[in-house]
Design a protein around this ligand. Structure first.
Ligand code: DLL
Length: 446
């Protein structure tokens, strides 16, 4: 059975990559509507769960007459992918599927996303547009230190880099000693990894006596896959002299390359000709206007392997209303401040780890390594933050350390309004990560 092809030709990897970024808004909206109508019909015909939910709501594909009509469609969630494991939401026939990616759940079954070749090209196009926006060119040497495999980070940046004509160095994660050696010896100019793994690489470079500015050609870091703050970006840039770019994506929609930040570093442009964004109130599920913070929802409007309809990401952000000075017309979302499921309730107060990170990194003597430890005694929460102190600041002088501890506490308290116990620890004490880091240890009784 053959399906109408989407106009992928303009997005093929050989087309000048950023041509779409500046598309006039009216044309973009017309393209989005065309693709949304196509995708709705495609998913209705091919994905039984979607059809069932539309039927229950009395919605049919022909009811989608404007982009605002998207709100008529049912939402989808991670649990749908789990319940329909392994491939219940597949749209394309098996002979069209060329690759699976999976994301490990914290419990139980992973979710599994089948992709067609067109899907891989759309994703590659998104990754290439991010790289082009960061200023990366064919002359760059790109070290890909995201994990390769079922995780989308490694292969996503790999295909993006090759599409741009870069020399790609597929180190994957781990073996950090060798990562630093190869970075220096091969003249790596850009590295892609989680921000927390880059912190580990910085440690290792120090251990080897490698100075980023003096001994390497590194200019760009392409960081994502986990929440990180502006303060973390500043700390990385100060330490290494590179430019730290933000890249966003998720297995269910496409890997890295759904959105990225431009030179303004004031949020991430979403490649909304492929990934249609909405912000909803996570409680009422009503769409929120641009400018309001809520849960990010994506509809893939040009993917066939697994068309995702109004997928609730759990990521919290807002869409900016102002035009971006860079001239791109694709809407900008603020950096992901948090995932709704990362929210901690401590002494009855809602706290996000990013708020703590932002407070800590305002203190120059604090290294960008911390761990939030929660436990309980009787009915009380015990809230501790272990904070690494820079080599220079870590001394035997008790008065200095007490003073530092007080300033750290004030910085955190001024943001979250709570008074955690601050434990200052020496350089290199806290665990490092080779992929996504776990900064919260919650041992409280549930
Ligand atoms: O993390 C894809 C990816 C790989 C993105 C490499 C960027 C770089 P998942 O493992 O499915 O896919 O996790 C997706 O990670 O819903 C966010 O909560 C978080 N995330 C991804 N990028 C960012 C970012 C990949 N730039 C989940 N900032 C998403 C904050 C991010 N959080």
């Amino acid at each position: 059975m053959s399906y109408p092809k989407l106009p992928h030709d303009v997005n093929s990897p050989v087309h000048p990559v950023s041509a779409m970024d500046y598309m006039p808004v009216e044309q973009l909206r017309a393209l989005q509507l065309h693709r949304l109508q196509w995708t709705t019909k495609y998913a209705y015909e091919r994905v039984p769960l979607f059809r069932k939910r539309c039927d229950e709501k009395g919605v049919r594909p022909e009811h989608i007459k404007t982009l605002a009509d998207i709100k008529l469609l049912p939402f989808s969630k991670k649990t749908d992918l789990r319940d329909e494991y392994p491939m219940g939401l597949r749209g394309a026939d098996m002979d069209e599927i060329v690759r699976f990616h999976c994301s490990s759940g914290t419990t139980g079954k992973p979710i599994c996303i089948p992709n067609t070749l067109d899907d891989i090209h759309v994703w590659q196009n998104g990754a290439m547009r991010c790289l082009a926006m960061y200023g990366i060119r064919a002359s760059d040497v790109l070290q890909v230190s995201y994990g390769y495999g079922l995780f989308t980070g490694g292969l996503g940046l790999h295909y993006g880099g090759e599409g741009m004509g870069c020399a790609v160095l597929p180190t994957s994660g781990g073996n950090t000693e060798r990562q630093v050696m190869l970075m220096r010896d091969l003249g790596v100019t850009a590295i892609a990894c989680t921000p927390s793994y880059f912190l580990r690489i910085i440690d290792e470079a120090k251990r080897q006596g490698v100075d980023f500015r003096r001994d390497t050609k590194l200019k760009h870091g392409i960081f994502g896959a986990e929440p990180w703050t502006k303060e973390m970006r500043d700390a990385i840039e100060r330490e290494t002299g590179i430019i730290a770019h933000d890249i966003y994506g998720l297995t269910e929609i496409a890997g890295p390359g759904v959105a990225g930040d431009c030179d303004e570093h004031n949020g991430l442009h979403i490649w909304e000709d492929h990934f249609y964004p909405e912000i909803i109130d996570p409680d009422t599920l009503e769409p929120l206007p641009d400018g309001e913070v809520g849960e990010l929802v994506f509809t893939t409007i040009s993917r066939c392997g697994t068309p995702m309809m109004r997928y609730r990401t759990r990521d919290l952000t807002r869409l900016r209303t102002e035009k971006c000075p860079c001239g791109r017309t694709m809407r900008v979302m603020e950096r992901i401040s948090a995932r709704s499921d990362d929210m901690l309730i401590i002494h009855g107060v809602n706290v996000f780890p990013g708020q703590i990170e932002a407070g800590l990194l305002r203190i120059p003597e604090v290294a960008p390594h911390y761990q939030i430890v929660l436990s309980s005694s009787d009915t009380l929460d015990i809230f501790e933050i272990k904070v690494e102190v820079s080599q220079e600041a870590f001394s035997d002088n008790i008065a200095h350390l007490e003073n530092l501890k007080r300033r750290v506490l004030e910085a955190v308290k001024s943001i979250i309004g709570l008074t955690p116990k601050i434990i200052l620890v020496g350089p290199g004490t806290l665990p490092r990560s080779e992929g996504k880091i776990r900064r919260v240890i919650d041992n409280r009784r549930k």
